[in-house]
Design a binder for this molecule. Structure first.
Ligand SMILES: Nc1ncnc2c1ncn2[C@@H]1O[C@H](COP(=O)(O)OP(=O)(O)OP(=O)(O)O)[C@@H](O)[C@H]1O
Ligand SMILES: [Mg+2]
Length: 319
């Protein structure tokens, strides 16, 4: 059993039906047995300690030592501490179903004061929406982006064995990192990716020491900024398409607003425009959501016309 599986197992014991009501109703002996099993799994995890557990970032210090999140943060960010990219984890930016994002202090060698760490939850697979839609037309790739071959990989994925789940998780996370890197290099307005290992992606932190940048959905934009920012979002959608990519989950919730400009985030469901049979409808949906947000500022936009106008120059007629 490796660490990933161990956490998965621990989380299962920790969360499965662990509401106050469920605990109250649970018969005594069963409860004890479950608790014992949970403790044993935690012991197994700590036995896998590879030395980085001596590092306890500030955020983790504030947590109860038995809290699963403490171990998770130490294990996930520890390798970057060892590589002298970060020196501390100070706060949780946001906890989601698929991932938690934390604020880290950059090591002087990294050249960045603050760094964002996105930690995918081991059980995120269960929550990924429309997995098949996004995967359609895509090749299976390993962490380095090389195409994976072999019956074992395919069979495991199909059967959802542990090996299969790991391949899947690595594929998703590696994909997000590669895509973000490609877009950043192409000049897109995305946080600069810094490093990637296991379940964690490090990237430039957008915000300051007082707090992260809000998402567009959380701010009331000054009216005068609406039009240029709408254009900037659409320029980024066009740039992605030029790279044959479609965000796939674009909305005011996945666009950060900071110092008068915007940053697109959250790319695990990115689709390849040339291979995914749902590409055009995802592009249209992305643009529709952007239009919905900006229409409240009086910006007139026709998502269908915009999608077609963007698609044709890069992808040819049709859609
Ligand atoms: N580079 C960053 N700098 C500052 N804050 C960030 C950064 N990346 C993400 N965040 C914050 O973390 C939140 C979650 O990030 P992201 O959308 O990538 O993850 P997610 O798991 O998809 O979360 P959700 O399900 O809420 O969309 C964002 O809404 C944003 O508030
Ligand atoms: Mg998001």
């Amino acid at each position: 059993m490796d660490k990933f599986e161990a956490f998965e197992k621990y989380e299962t014991y920790q969360y499965n039906d662990n509401s106050r009501e469920a605990r109250r109703n649970r018969p005594g002996p069963r409860k004890n047995k479950k608790d014992r099993r949970a403790r044993q799994v935690m012991r197994e995890i700590s036995e896998m300690d590879d030395g980085i557990n001596t590092w306890v970032p500030s955020y983790a210090k504030a947590l109860d030592p038995r809290h699963h999140e403490r171990q998770w943060v130490i294990e996930s960010v520890g390798p970057f501490y060892r590589d002298q990219i970060v020196t501390d984890v100070t706060r949780l930016v946001k906890g989601g179903k698929e991932a938690n994002v934390y604020t880290c202090i950059g090591h002087p060698a990294s050249g960045m004061d603050l760094i964002a760490a996105k930690l995918y939850r081991p059980r995120m697979l269960r929550h990924l929406k429309n997995d098949a839609v996004y995967k359609a037309g895509r090749m299976l790739r390993d962490e380095e982006g090389k195409q994976m071959k072999g019956r074992r990989v395919k069979t495991a994925l199909r059967k959802k064995t542990n090996f299969g789940k790991q391949v899947d998780i690595q594929w998703w996370i590696g994909n997000e990192y590669r895509t973000q890197t490609q877009l950043f290099k192409a000049g897109a307005s995305v946080p600069k990716p810094i490093a990637h290992q296991g379940n964690t992606i490090l990237m430039a932190y957008i915000g300051d020491e007082y707090g992260p940048a809000p998402t567009l959905s959380e701010v009331r934009l000054p009216q005068a900024e609406a039009e240029p920012l709408f254009q900037r979002v659409m320029d980024n959608v066009a740039l992605m398409l030029e790279n044959h990519l479609i965000h796939g989950d674009l909305s005011a919730y996945n666009i950060l607003y900071w110092e008068g400009t915007i940053y697109l985030i959250d790319f695990p469901q990115m689709v390849e425009a040339r291979h995914n049979p749902h590409a055009y409808e995802l592009l249209e949906r992305d643009i529709t959501r952007v239009c919905e947000y900006f229409s409240s500022f009086g910006i007139e936009c026709d998502p269908v016309a915009l999608a077609r106008g963007l698609w044709e120059p890069y992808m040819g007629p049709g859609g």
